[in-house]
Structures are given as structure tokens and as C-alpha cells.
Write a protein that binds this ligand. Sequence first.
Ligand code: ADP
Ligand code: ASP
Ligand code: MG
Length: 474
Amino acid sequence: MPENKTLVMKFGGTSVGSADALVKAAQIVKDARADFARVVVITSAMSGVTNLLLDSAALASQGKVDSLPSIENTLKEKHFAAADTLIKDEKLRDATRQEINDLIFSFVDLCKAIAVLGEASPRAMDAVASIGERMSVRLLGAVLESAGIKAKAIESTEFVITNAHYQNAHPDFKVTTEKTRQLLNPLMDAGIVPVTTGFIGATPEGVITTLGRGGSDYSAAIIGSVLPADDVWIWTDVDGVMTTDPRIVRDAKTLPEITYSEIAELAYYGAKVLHPKTIRPVVDAGIGLRICNTFNPSHPGTRLIANPKTNGKVHGQVVKAVTAIRNQRLVTIEGRGMLGVPGVAARAFGAVASTKTSVPLITQASSEQSICFAVPSESAESVINALQSVFASEIEDEDIDRVWMTEDVSIVTVVGVGMRHTPGVAGQIFSQLGNNKANVLAIAQGSSEVSISMVVAAADTEIAVKALHELIVK
Ligand code: ADP
Ligand code: ASP
Ligand code: MG
């Protein structure tokens, strides 16, 4: 008999991206039911679908709708191929196809409306993006049924209630707790596996929102924490959290354990394997988190652990992982007239905030003659404009000499709790980069000393990641 425990499992895009993957996901759910009486399944859109939907809407906003029929076909082929292979019952198969068809229809309608308006509001973009998960949840629900698992597809818009901050919505945990329990508990009590959409929620008025790109991981953490579950498992396409992105370094190794603060830094500085917002709800609720591979389910993957009380040298490792965020620009405000003038930084970041841009890294020279920070490349132009306007009079008076930005750069970050207690790590890092001819443009160290970030030219990203990865003790 399985223990009366609750497990929340989230499947990422690749894990539900084809009939083969869906077979594996269904087997994983079946196996989990042997150990957990209560299981909730959360799904992403099939791989590539969210990008396709959003790119089509962006094209539509420029009046370009010629490719819509072919996109419509691609979406149908992808979902129907899996449905036809895996849903044995004809009635269930037809009903599932019909529902997915209707959603594709509404997507085409939305794009046409966007084309007429000539613009896509964040709210409209969320309506478009949500269609990926709304299709995959129906597909996965039916596939689980066909595999003999009692399952019911339910949209998270019914119980994950958020504010109206479209494209980056924040849940109202109180209402979400009530609604989630109200809707999911009776299903689980009846031995049914609720299968729900990651990534999306709705405002109290019922308007669809999304939690930000890659946000299905966060959905799992939200739902896991409000139920509450005993464990949250994130099923993805690699063997857990690795020493770096295996797409950059082929022999990157899985980290069997990672601490809260390490994963927080890794996720924040670009390791796509886990959405940065996932960590807080599970840590606050004291729930276990595991990241594992749908295509290698017997591998234990990575477990999240509390911060160690020891000196942090887990298995003798000081540097544990390396990560990179690409497509950034460094913005610099400089001028001798800034020296000691109070409020320059506050006004600068106020101007940046007015463009709704977040700043992943800040460095300031001790002379106070310059402020330098990173912003995503796509926001750089509007940030520069905002700064030039807020400091217009200082620029005219030549207290500020210039506000300028670099070409594309990357932020490369080295993470490890052991760095805090190990002198000379920074030295090793810089010699390693120097020896490999990766030029460091700026540096920042988190106050927790769990990470050190370096800004390098875009062309040096891979060299820097590979070089720093060599510092990890094998
Ligand atoms: P999913 O669709 O399952 O959410 P993602 O593509 O969002 O999957 O995240 C998994 C990917 O994250 C991996 O395929 C890998 O390329 C990338 N990645 C980046 N950094 C790391 C890391 N340190 N460990 C593991 N994977 C990483
Ligand atoms: N499908 C969404 C995205 O691509 C959410 C996710 O996959 O986590 O951003
Ligand atoms: Mg993801």
C-alpha cells in the first residue's frame, strides 16, 4: 500500500514533447502512484509550442499573418500525432482532438485580432501563450487515462489566482490555497490524479495570466506548497542540476545535492533547469524538491538540501557549478561631477525601473565616478533613453560626462557555498580566465559569498564557462 503522502510532479516541455516522451511520463506517474497515495501532475506546453505561439503573435502585431495557416498545421500535427498514437479509446481520442482543435482555432482568432489592432498587449500575449499548456493538459490527461491511470485534466486558471501583472504574475497565496485545496483534494480523495497546467493562472476576475517564461516549475512549487505536498519532483530532460549546462560542457556532472542558496544563485544567474521563483515556496513550506530526468527515471537526479552547517565543502568541492546569462549589455553612467552627489544611484535605478527592466548585476567603482550595471540587451535602448532624460540637466552641466552601453556581453557566475570559507578562490578564478584569454569587463560578488559573477564579451562566453568548469574538483 502506498503511504498517504502527496507528491506533485511537473513535466517540462521535452518530457511531454512527443508520443515517446508521453509514454515515459505516463509510466513515471504509474510508478509514483505505487509510493504516493496522492499525486498531482503539472504539465508544460509541448516543447517549442510556447515559442511558436508567442512568435506568431509578435508577427501578427506587425500585420504579418501569412504564416498562420502553416503554424496552425504544425500545432495540429504535433498534438494529434501523439493523441492518435496513445489514446486508444476512440471517443476519448475524438473529444481530445476536438478540444485541442478549438484551442488552436482560438489562437488563430487571437492572432487575427492582434493583426487588426496592430499591437499585442501583455494581456493578449498571456492569452496566446496560455494555449500551449491548455492543449498539452488535455493531451496528457487523456494519455494517462489510456494508460489505465484515473486522471482528470483541470486548468490551473481555476485555482492559481494571481494579480494582473501580465507576463510575470504573482499569486495570491491565500486565495490560491483555498481554491487549490477545494478543487484538488476531492479528486485525490477519490483516487484521481489531477493533471493541471503549469505556467498559467488567472486574476480574480478570471483573466488569464502567466507566471513568466519557464514558469511551470514555479507552478509546481506554488501548488506543492499550498496543498501542501510532501515532495515536489521536477521532471526534465537532463539528470538533474549539473555542474554547468551540458550543452556547453559535454562532461558536466550531476550534482546529487545542492543547497538552497546555491540553487537560488544558479537559477537566478541563468541555469534554465529550474525557474528562480521555484525555490522560495518549497523552502518556506519545508517541502522536498527533486529534479530528475524523464528519459532516465532510475537516476536519482538532484535533491535540494538545507544550507550546510559545516564549512560548506561538500565532497571537497569549493566551486560547485558554473552558469551564464547571455544577451546582456553593461550600462555605465560616468562623470567626475557625480562624486559624492547623493541620490544619483537612486535616481538612476528609478529611471531603470520606470522601463520595467530588472538589473541582474551592479558594480560601482569605489571612486563613485561611475555606476555600472547589466540589463537585458532588448531593454538596453529604452534604459539609456530613460537615463538620459532623468539626468538631462546633469549631462548639460557636464556633471555626468556620458551614459553609454557595451555591445552584447554575458554574465558568467561561479557558485558554491564552500567559496565563503576558502581564501584565494577569486584569485584562481581570475587566473583561470586570464590563462584562457577571457577578458573580464566587470565583477560582482553576492553578499552571501555563495557566488562570484564576471561579465565577459559575448564571444568569450563558452571559453569562460569551460575554463571555470575546470576549477571544479572532479
Ligand atoms: P523543461 O522544459 O523540462 O523545463 P528546460 O529547457 O527549461 O527544461 O531546462 C532544462 C535545460 O536546462 C537542460 O536541457 C539544460 O540544457 C539547461 N541547463 C542549463 N544549466 C543547467 C545546469 N546547471 N544543469 C542542468 N541543466 C542545465
Ligand atoms: N511553456 C512555458 C514556457 O515555455 C512554461 C514552461 O515551460 O515552464 O515558458
Ligand atoms: Mg523549464
